[in-house]
Design a protein around this ligand. Structure first.
Ligand code: FAD
Length: 353
């Protein structure tokens, strides 16, 4: 079958690699190179091992601990049983591009999808007709495939991140109350990825926040982070959305790589077996994304006292153990165990009603 994939990010390339063994796959990417510019912090939970083997060449760092700060500047330290993996996004994306090419996909660079059956060459400025049986939108947060096929409006956070030269102790710092959330993630022992994600005033909030991490500025990165909304449609007739285009993202952390890769696998299963893609990906990760969506909606109503109390509540051995052993890609387990160990957690739910 002739399949067109729009977008050569990690999710588009993974989708193309899975489908090109049995189909004629052409992927259109508007940029001249896969993986650049980098617009990501590149943290992956241990769940990544369930999807792909980890290659040394795209791993920047492994981190075993996180400090989660509250507004009163106290923190909760979590020492994970299994490390978080910090990747170089350019190399990670190129890994999936290579897999797609190896399996026979054709990748056409510098071509922008502009109409339902049309791409624009960014070199010649000429429009070309495209022909396919199936169209897959892996074209990121501002998905043109979604827009042209009426697949719903999205909301976004703005992400701003700087690379800062600064010696560090290889611990992730996470601030769930600054902007929508803010972070400092060690790339190496002397480089930090420092950033904020927020609905508005990203640069202003970033400038204030980054005073905590003074050092030589090595570069800027940033981009939009779509907000998951369980009501968004991800398939219509012969058109499918995957990855950020489908807003398959964890709203509490902005992590979209693992949900996107998992959804690409479900799309392959749906196409091979003539099944309902929307049902398949929701069956595998729908509840998890919904939990992140639900928890984030509660947290949006938190004031400083709520954050201080929540972090204090988790700062007990039995509660910390849950965070240390359970993956944030399986948040229902975290939430259920936390409520069972400490039913007073339930009082935070009143924040949404
Ligand atoms: C600041 C920041 C930090 C983040 N940190 C993390 C993190 O630590 N961990 C994590 O898991 N996730 C993180 N994310 C989210 C993660 O980057 C995304 O979930 C991921 O990039 C989604 O991949 P994708 O392939 O769906 O989309 P993208 O990576 O956005 O790729 C889409 C591709 O489509 C191309 N494209 C777009 N429109 C067209 C068109 N019309 N025609 C042709 N090509 C087109 C684009 O050029 C792009 O290459 C972060 C995001 C931001 C902004």
């Amino acid at each position: 079958m002739k399949i067109t994939v729009i977008g050569g990010g990690p999710i588009g390339c993974y989708t193309a690699s899975l489908l090109s063994k049995d189909n004629e796959v052409t992927l259109y990417e508007e940029k001249k190179e896969v993986g650049l510019p980098i617009q990501c912090t590149g943290i992956l939970s241990d769940t990544i091992h369930e999807i792909i083997p980890i290659k040394k060449d795209f791993v920047a760092n492994k981190i075993w601990s996180t400090r989660v700060y509250s507004p009163n500047n106290k923190f909760l330290r979590i020492d994970f049983k299994k490390p978080n993996i910090i990747i170089y996004r350019n190399k990670f994306d190129q890994h999936f591009r290579d897999r797609a090419l190896k399996n026979g996909a054709k990748i056409v660079h510098k071509h922008r999808f502009t109409g339902k059956k049309e791409v624009l060459s960014l070199e010649t400025r000429k429009k070309k007709k495209i022909d396919y049986k199936m169209l897959i939108g892996a074209d990121g947060p501002l998905s043109k495939v979604s827009e042209l096929n009426g697949l719903g409006k999205r909301k976004y956070l703005q992400g701003v991140q700087a690379l800062i030269k600064k010696k560090n102790d290889n611990v992730i710092d996470f601030y769930p109350h600054i902007g929508t959330y803010a972070w400092a993630v060690p790339q190496t022992e002397d480089v930090l990825r420092v950033g904020v994600a927020t609905e508005k005033n990203a640069m202003k909030i970033f400038k204030e926040f980054s005073k905590r991490y003074k050092g030589k500025l090595l570069g800027w990165q940033g981009g939009l982070i779509p907000l998951h909304n369980p009501k968004l449609q991800t398939a219509k007739n012969n058109v499918y959305l995957v990855g950020d285009a489908a807003a398959q993202i964890k709203n509490t952390t902005g992590g979209g790589l693992i949900p996107g890769l998992i959804s690409a696998e479900e799309l392959k299963k749906a196409i091979d077996n003539d099944l309902d893609y929307d049902k398949l990906w929701r069956k595998r990760i729908g509840k998890s994304l919904w939990t992140h969506y639900f928890v984030r909606n509660i947290m949006n109503n938190f004031d400083d006292d709520d954050w201080n109390r929540l972090i204090q509540l988790f700062n007990k051995k039995s509660m910390k153990h849950i965070l240390a052993t359970e993956s944030r890609d399986k948040p229902i387990r975290i939430l259920t165990k936390a409520i069972l160990r400490n039913p007073s957690m339930l009082k935070f739910f009143k924040k949404i009603f």
